[in-house]
Design a protein around this ligand. Sequence first.
Ligand code: SAH
Length: 268
Amino acid sequence: PSVKSILKSSSTNDSMQRAGLRKTALSFKPASFLLIVTVLTVSCAPSAHPDSYRTAREQMVKNDIEGRAISDPAVLRAMLKVPRHLFAGSKNIDVAYSDSALPIKENQTISQPYVVALMTATAELTSTDKVLEIGTGSGYQAAVLGEIVKEVYSIEIIETLARESSKLLHELGYKNIKVKHGDGYQGWKEESPFDAILITAAAPKIPEPLTDQLKTGGRLVMPLGETRTSQELIVLTKTENGLDKRFVTRVVFVPMTGEVRNPKGEDS
Ligand code: SAH
């Protein structure tokens, strides 16, 4: 590209700024000119662009999230921002923005984008909230939460997944998300109470230690059901008088394992 085309590509309506740019461009020495050209070329190449999946993500949000009546602006913004292709695993990279759950390591799944958005919207989050997630998996839902709330605590029962998602979230700069390896059934008592809790694996019953760790007014969103075909996404709101339960929709999640199915003191 010529100096002229560079000037043209950095188009701005501000003529003062344009004049300033021209002056600067003309005073470049050849070496710095070459450097600028290289930087411009590299940063414009789609494959080298750090977010060349942006268009696919925009389509996903428009068709599968907004298109299915999710309108919470914070949720839409978060879904537009989080690079799902980095959480879905290299094998799934080409289909990372399809609206489906995808297999990840250890026989687990990254949830369907619509369901992630629905659970997040159902939790009615605000930017000052402290949230607990049970079932970190790929870390995708945690990242979406991390874009919206102040602090996210996430527990994953499979060590490899806890370690890898924690590393990825760290690399992506999410300083407000903490991941720990363990059974989420008992929650994260030291950090309780929480404004909201999301369980992203299907439990046959409501884990009582988790409702205990909700603030009054807090929401617990979870798939409840014994088998794959019997799961209902529900939201429980903690009130002064107990828990209000509301049915959201039918869903299919991988099972919540550990103490919820095998209470302590009982043999498996
Ligand atoms: N939220 C995840 C979805 C992961 S699938 C994502 O966005 O990718 C559900 C995850 O819950 C699995 O990784 C599974 O290992 C985990 N899990 C199941 N039972 C659990 C338990 N008792 N405590 C913590 N994690 C659990």
